[in-house]
Design a protein. Structure first.
Lengths: 281, 739
């Protein structure tokens, strides 16, 4: 059974009456399927207009559940989104970026999902719709573990919402993989830095992926950077103890130890890149 | 003499427009194909205690579940030496994780997939051996090394004593991992029985090898089996022997009495069609203070399966590459519960030369000598192992031209001394060598009344350009533009040709095609000269030539006529001739090898251990290059293959279960475009009149050889870190760098 509704209500209705798995761009859906056939109903949400596009609203930026990586790259967004754009440009290749959605990336809940660190750094929230209406969850309460989200039965993601709080902060994303691109991340880092008029750090947000079951922010580092004069660079301030929230594992891609060392290096580089790069208008 | 051409692929348009049909895209004449999906073992050793197919059979559309209990019995004795006789559902043994244990057959692919999931297997487990031996203990000597054509060990002089006495010594162990070929096209077979005749469309590097295997298994005359394989999306060795899925498809078709299609999934391509085995290589080099080699010892152990034998011939290059009076080489096998390894692009040389040329680099450092100088000092002017002259060897020019193009001079000898910002820069080089192979082949050429020609030869085009070279040869010899020549290959209904392996296709089939062309040409000239109505009447055929689709007088080119005119007047539909050719005495008289030199620049990020190849120059002398364009692209491809070997490719096996843990293209990392920098290929001029009538030595494998060593040597130069365990992943490098 393959269902392709055109409105959110129809989709919610279908989920309630027959259930089914949601299909957006399908780039994770089919890859996860492996050698098994697709059984059971499929709900294709790609024809629902209300889920499309990226909109700048009064106090938030709304990324529709069907917005693709290519749309993020092309959208006119403030400098704080540069990290998300850079991540978008590193997801797969062009074909994947044209099909894959940011929401799908979050719902798939891979520890290596490249969209998560930049959106954590942006304090993003997730808007969910279900039989009981809509609700909103901060991103770090939406992704609960590897392949686990807070989606309740019958619920779907409608949009990703980013508050318009630190729009002028500069941001940067760095990804390390076993080859130059088209690769599952060994480590990825999103950093965002806002400076005050004296060149001191007014706000810093750093998130690291692929080094724990769910990507996470580094609050101790963010606090340590507050008020620091950025002139001499920030990389030197990153300490091993700031990485305490990370719990990397050994796997086929790299050792845990390497991940930690690489994370520390990349965090420093991403922070400094936020200082050196001119903000895009 | 045939000039070097740069013709584009004659099948290029078909490929880019989707018109080229690959094995899985064929369908039987009646629309009655069934789909087969493999069920694989989840344990590495034991026996199948019972199989419950009840749930699987309930899936709508399922026709049969083939297991060792109901599979047709086949004859394992006559399929040919190279054909794996296991796992073919003839008994209940389980010898590796991922082994085929059942085949679900259904009217749709999805139904077969679902049924395959529902087959329940129960095992009696045995203790599995999953780790290969690191040292000779527990290993064995190959019984059929190089198909029984060579001894697995050799010694000349007094290697051990000379090594012990050497002034300068290198004594190291080098390791290479399991690698999988991963051609883009998955293996696919469509098998159709017509009475006691079997028609098979197969993704194949050897249609005649497949025919022999299937005829042997099913007890049929070879003429009753036809294998068709017009296009192959890469093979790299994995489509060379007749892997079990081919036979299983034919068995399934026999069981259900309908055509069956079986396509391997990418995941299954890590357990069903061989791999480059893991090796542990102990290399010892002894030299005097001037850098002259006094001892070369190369002891290789390669991983083997628990049921068949494949031995990676890592030491063969060490026997002949350098001049040295005292050389010993051994090959041993370590059996583990894994599938059978096989040939993979430059089998033996790719892994073995990585070890030898890394050791040579280490020796150069130990001596304080330039790596090229060390190699020139030990240059072998003849093959000291076989004690024969080389048919040709132009390696000196490869070093020279490669070094000049690469600007080797700028290299500052001291490791860690070249930088670009925070990046460490390293330059490295290595030698490449690969033997020249050739087998018997036949061909048929037909010049038709409409002025076009057809060339038929049962070879394969695995992306290498065989179609193009075949058409080109006919074009040259019959004076026809390429668009008037049609090449047919990949079919056992055509004249017999060998496996597309060992870089031998062009060297084997070209002389046969040439012979057929010359016969057609001679007949045609004869006809013209003898035809009173021809403008060429009365001339000696010796005075005639062919060009632009015409027969003409060499001295007076305007005098002549078209093929069409001649054949029309003669009332002939075509002029046809066969050609065949096989190797002669040359192998007894000469040692025949191609050679090359690889030069690499890497940049290493000292904080992350990331290695990027920035530039690669490969200079190769491989006799006559038949087509500079397809040849260049093969050489670039070979180098890229070596880059993957050096930096990213390794198949990981869970040491507890024997399961491959990275059986996807997402985690088995082949290089992608951004990993591949500018690659400069220099085709060093070389004339070789001995190897074969065309003087072409084969180019498919040579450029892979030495690439990994050159990269490892460059990484050492950049970082001072020697990685003796491929691939050179960042985490291996960083441990040493951060100290
Ligand atoms: C070749 C290749 C390369 C890739 N490279 C990268 C990479 O570099 N980095 C990276 O992070 N990812 C990568 N991916 C993974 C994938 O492309 C991304 O995660 C993508 O963003 C997923 O989006 P999608 O729209 O295709 O999701 P789908 O595959 O359609 O869905 C993914 C999952 O989310 C669920 N879902 C989707 N939308 C919703 C919704 N609105 N509400 C509830 N559930 C929903 C689906 O049910 C499914 O479980 C790659 C994939 C491929 C095939």
């Amino acid at each position: 059974m393959y269902f392709r509704p055109t409105t959110i209500d129809e989709a919610i209705g279908a989920l309630a009456s027959q259930g089914g798995r949601i299909l957006a761009g399908g780039t994770d859906f089919f890859a996860t399927q492996g050698d098994r056939p697709v059984l059971g109903p499929v709900l294709d949400i790609s024809a629902i207009d209300a889920l499309k596009g990226i909109r700048v609203e009064a106090d938030q930026i709304r990324i529709g559940a069907c917005a693709t990586w290519s749309e993020v790259i092309a959208a006119d967004l403030p400098p704080a989104f540069d990290a998300l754009k850079a991540a978008a440009a590193e997801v797969g290749g062009w074909q994947i970026q044209n099909l894959g959605t940011i929401a799908g990336n979050l719902c798939n809940a891979s520890p290596a999902a490249d969209g998560v660190p930049p959106l954590l750094a942006l304090d993003a929230a997730i808007e969910l719709a279900g039989p009981a209406g809509t609700r909103r969850l901060p991103l770090d309460q939406f992704i609960l573990g590897p392949r686990r989200t807070a989606l309740a039965p019958g619920e779907m993601v409608v949009a990703i919402l980013v508050p318009r709080r630190f729009e002028d902060a500069r941001s940067h994303f760095m990804k390390l993989g076993g080859r130059r691109y088209l690769v599952i991340s060994i480590v990825m880092v999103a950093a965002q830095v806002a400076l005050d008029l004296q060149g001191r750090v007014a706000g810093a947000r750093v998130a690291v992926g692929s080094c724990s079951a769910v990507a996470c922010r580094l609050p101790a580092l963010e606090r340590a950077l507050l008020g620091v004069a950025a002139g001499a660079g920030l990389a030197g301030l990153v300490r091993t103890e700031h990485l305490a929230p990370l719990r990397p594992i050994d796997d086929v891609r790299a050792t845990a130890l390497y991940r930690l060392e690489a994370a520390q290096t990349l965090i420093g580089r991403a922070l400094d890149a936020c200082l050196s790069e001119p903000a895009h208008a | 003499m045939i000039p070097i051409t740069t013709a584009s692929r004659v099948d290029g348009r078909l490929k880019v427009t989707g018109g080229a049909r690959y094995a899985a895209e064929f369908a039987p004449a009646q629309d009655n194909v069934l789909h087969a999906v493999l069920v694989q073992s989840t344990i590495a050793a034991g026996r199948v205690a019972s199989i419950d197919t009840a749930r699987a059979k309930q899936v709508p559309g399922v026709v049969a579940i083939m297991t060792h209990e109901n599979a047709p019995r086949i004859d394992l004795g006559k399929a040919g030496d190279m054909t794996p006789g296991f796992p073919l559902l003839q008994d209940d043994r389980v010898m590796f994780n991922g082994q085929h244990l059942a085949v679900a057959i259904a009217t749709s692919f999805e139904a077969a997939q679902q049924a395959a999931q529902l087959v329940e297997l129960h095992y009696n487990r045995d203790e599995a051996t999953l780790l290969m031996s690191d040292n000779p203990t527990g290993t064995s000597v190959p019984q059929r090394f190089r198909n029984g054509m060579r001894p697995p060990a050799s010694t000349r002089g007094t290697p051990q004593a000379s090594f012990d006495a050497a002034a300068v010594k290198i004594d190291q162990i080098y390791r290479t991992p399991i690698e999988h070929h991963n051609p883009m096209e998955p293996h696919a077979t469509l098998a159709e029985w017509q009475g006691d005749r079997l028609l098979v469309h197969n993704a194949s590097q050897s249609v005649f090898g497949n025919r022999k295997a299937l005829a042997g298994f099913f007890g049929l005359p070879e003429d009753n089996v036809r294998i068709v394989s017009p296009f192959v999306g890469g093979g790299f060795g994995s489509k060379g022997v007749s892997w079990p899925h081919i036979t299983l498809a034919a068995m399934a078709a026999k069981l259900v009495g309908q055509p069956v299609k079986l396509v391997l999934t990418r995941r299954q391509m890590f357990t069903s069609n061989g791999y480059r085995p893991k090796t542990v290589q102990h290399v010892r080099l002894g030299a005097d203070r001037d850098g002259r080699l006094t001892a070369v010892l190369h002891d290789g152990i390669s991983q083997n399966s628990a049921y068949g034998e494949f031995s990676e011939p890592v030491g063969l290059a060490s026997e002949m590459l350098y001049s040295c009076p005292n050389v010993a080489v051994t090959h041993r096998l370590s059996k583990v519960n894994q599938g059978l390894p096989t040939f993979m692009r430059a089998p033996g040389e790719a892994s073995g030369v990585y070890a030898l040329e890394s050791a040579m680099d280490e020796l150069a450092w130990a001596l304080g000598m330039d790596p090229i100088e060390l190699r020139l000092k030990n240059y072998a002017d003849r093959d000291e192992h076989e004690d024969k002259p080389f048919s040709s060897k132009t390696l000196r020019a490869c070093y020279e031209q490669g070094a000049a193009a690469f600007d080797w001079k700028r290299r500052v000898a001291q490791p860690r001394s070249m930088r670009d910002g925070r990046l460490l820069i390293g330059l490295g080089m290595a030698t490449a060598t690969y033997p020249v192979n050739r087998s018997e082949a036949a061909a048929k050429v037909r010049l038709q009344a409409d002025g076009t020609a057809i060339v038929r030869c049962g070879s394969q085009d695995i992306g290498t350009g065989t179609y193009t070279v075949m058409a080109q040869l006919v074009g040259e010899h019959l004076g026809l533009p390429l668009d008037r020549v049609r090449a047919e290959l990949g079919d056992t209904a055509l004249p017999q040709a060998p496996v597309s392996g060992g870089s031998q296709s062009v060297a084997s089939i070209s002389p046969a095609i040439r012979e057929a062309c010359l016969a057609v040409r001679a007949q045609t000239l004869q006809l013209a000269a003898g035809d009173p109505a021809s403008p060429l009447h009365g001339l000696d055929p010796e005075e005639l030539d062919v060009a632009d689709g015409r027969i003409l007088q060499s001295a007076e080119k305007s005098r002549g006529e078209t093929y069409q005119a001649l054949l029309a007047r003669q009332g002939r539909a075509a002029i046809e001739a066969d050609g065949s050719a096989k190797p002669g005495e040359e192998k007894q008289k000469f040692s025949m090898h191609s050679f090359g030199a690889q030069f690499v620049e890497v940049a290493v990020d000292p904080d992350l251990g990331e290695v990027r190849v920035r530039r690669h120059v490969g200079a190769f002398a491989a006799g006559r290059i038949m087509n500079a364009k397809t040849g260049r692209s093969q050489m670039i491809g070979g180098i890229v293959f070596g880059m993957g070997m050096a930096l990213t490719e390794a198949t990981e096996v869970d040491p507890r279960s024997g399961r491959v843990t990275n059986a996807t293209m997402a985690d088995y990392l082949v290089p992608v475009h951004l990993d591949v920098p500018e690659i400069e290929v220099i085709m060093v001029a070389e004339q070789d009149d001995a190897v074969n009538p065309l003087g072409a030595k084969g180019i498919g494998e040579l450029p892979t050889v030495g690439t990994a060593a050159a990269i490892a040597n460059a990484v050492y130069h950049a970082t001072g870190q020697r990685i003796r365990d491929l691939p050179i992943r960042p985490d291996k490098l960083i441990d040493g760098l951060s100290i």
